[in-house]
Design a protein around this ligand. Sequence first.
Ligand SMILES: [Ca+2]
Length: 281
Amino acid sequence: MTYFVVVTNKTEYYVDLADSPSTTTNYVPMSIYNNTNLDLYFKVKLKSVNGGNPDDAGYSNYERTIGLISPGNKNLKSYLQFDKDISTITSYPTTDSLTITVEAYSDDTYTTLVDSQDITVNYTYVNHKDSSAVILEKWDFDDGTTQGWSGFDGVDSGTYFSSPYSAKFNETYTKRYLTSPTVSFTTTTGERYWLSFKFRLSSASADINKVEYSTDGGSTYNLLDSFDKTSGSLDELVNKWICYCAKLPLPEGVTVDLKIRINAKNDNTAHWYDDIVIFKQ
Ligand SMILES: [Ca+2]
């Protein structure tokens, strides 16, 4: 029998390590369902990286106790947290394959293991400030304007990632698109294109619902990422700058009129965005 079900939203994760401290902390969100009529206590940990010992690949602090999930219940906001020593990265982009083990125990001292399941995700590290990166556009809002973006309520000098301003979305109880100006360029076959930005939420009830991109100047949009509220915002991530990064699956060898839009929900709380970057690497 299967004691539990574990669900992850996605298997590909991207991190822009520009401005990162020497050790970066990252997360793999997941939902865990207890299928039994037993009290089960859960632990999640990194089992291996690229088939070897996680320590050898610069990983640390990669075990986390989830605690009790009662019979028939689910914990929608479970996650693995881990640290990565970025000095182990010698070139960008680089991808690590992470095997994560979710363990179920019948006791709260985590002595009797009753079931375990492995999931595998890929973590790809890029760096828009590395010499190998080519910046196509960067919006830092430091001229005190929203730099052609629509949807923001203005800039903020009180909270920013790069001084002296960020862009702020502040209207209450609203879901709306934050939309970039058009960035036109010709894509190179075989090149990898990336979007990264820093954002900050003032409450766990605020959220990003999805990120989309257009290659035709905004006539049609394609989904880049969607965020399920049940495993999206983590309370631990509130009131700190979070780095979002994604690979842009652009058509090759053509001129694109790229626009980005972020569908954000403001639940009577504020969002801030800063250092939104389109780059290739
Ligand atoms: Ca800024």
